[in-house]
Design a protein around this ligand. Structure first.
Ligand code: CDT
Length: 308
């Protein structure tokens, strides 16, 4: 048995005016709660140091760069790294990254239990659009503010398990889990900021949005025989509702823990990494069963091509 007690630290809304320091205090409070619950690892949401700023249209680069972190840890987040190290808890969280070369990424990191960063992932699937869209009820400008990630989907050995990350919209793409599955992944961690309504279809509300989120993560878990931990930033951010629905999914695709509300809330489950072994060695033994001679289109084509 290789048990890791995992906490999904759902966060309630962060308003535009909230400081990083105030947010980090909330994250440390969740970390303390996780320590009390015996957690070894805590997963926080996507872009969890600030409001979900891609909903705001900005033209001034200086205004945009305000939302980005130039180094990690930095002054605002050092207390979080210190608290995690003191508690002996590994953490994963998302933030907007501005590199020394001036590149902008939607990033998440993973630490070991000593607070050292052992993994970095940059979001590959950027949803939304890059120019102001008058047709939408609200904006989703990730394509304006971020470059697509350039690190692929690596998997790291951490705490005697193979761990990978993806971010929000990535969770809807089966290729994401499979690329990590092909590296033997046992735990996929992800954070998300998902609006509770579809900006392009007013009658697509919370129920369907939660269903699609669950469907994506449970399928990814089952089809790759891996644990999946998906953690929301939720609630009303400056008048814009984000859904909750944070879950921990086992390698059979069952939801074993689920957040009840839309505020700061910790969900916990003792996850046995050895529970991945059966599926990986039977129905999803990739080496025996995959038929790559028929999968060429997946890597040679993006859009649909109809022959008739
Ligand atoms: N943050 C993020 O990726 N959110 C998207 C919403 C897309 S709507 C344009 C998601 O897939 O949840």
């Amino acid at each position: 048995m290789r048990e890791i007690v995992i906490g999904g630290a759902q966060m309630g809304p962060i308003q535009k005016a909230d400081s990083r320091e105030a947010v980090v205090e909330r994250m440390i409070a969740l970390l303390k709660q996780a320590k009390g619950a015996g957690c070894d690892l805590v997963v926080f949401p996507e872009l969890c140091l600030t409001t979900f700023f891609p909903r705001w249209y900005m033209e001034d680069p200086a205004e945009v760069d305000f939302w980005f972190e130039r180094e990690m840890p930095n002054g605002a987040t050092k207390p979080l790294f210190d608290a995690a190290k003191q508690a002996g808890i590994a953490i994963s969280f998302g933030y907007a990254e501005l590199t020394p070369e001036g590149q902008h990424f939607n990033t998440s990191i993973l630490t070991d239990r000593e607070g050292n960063i052992v993994g970095k992932y940059r979001k590959v699937h950027l949803p939304g659009h890059s120019e102001f869209d008058t047709e939408r009820a609200f904006q989703h400008l990730e394509k304006r503010y971020f470059l697509p990630g350039d690190l692929g989907f690596p998997v790291w050995r951490n705490m005697d398990a193979l761990m990978g990350m993806c971010i929000c919209n990535d969770r809807r793409w089966p290729e994401v889990y499979r690329v990590m599955g092909l590296q033997g992944v046992e735990l996929v961690m992800l954070g998300y900021n998902t609006p509770s309504v579809n900006s392009q279809m007013a009658d697509e509300g919370l129920e369907k949005r939660l269903y699609h989120s669950d469907l994506s993560m449970t399928a990814g878990a089952y089809q790759n025989s891996t644990w999946v931990v998906g953690v929301a930033k939720a609630g009303d951010e400056d008048g814009h509702p984000l859904m909750g629905g944070s879950i921990i999914v086992d390698p059979n695709g069952y939801v074993v823990a689920r957040a009840a509300g839309e505020g700061d809330e910790l969900i916990v489950h003792a996850c046995d990494m050895d529970a991945c072994n059966f599926g990986k060695s039977t129905i999803f033994d990739f080496a025996r069963h995959r038929r790559i001679e028929h999968y060429g289109r997946i890597c040679s084509q993006t859009g649909v091509e109809r022959s008739a």
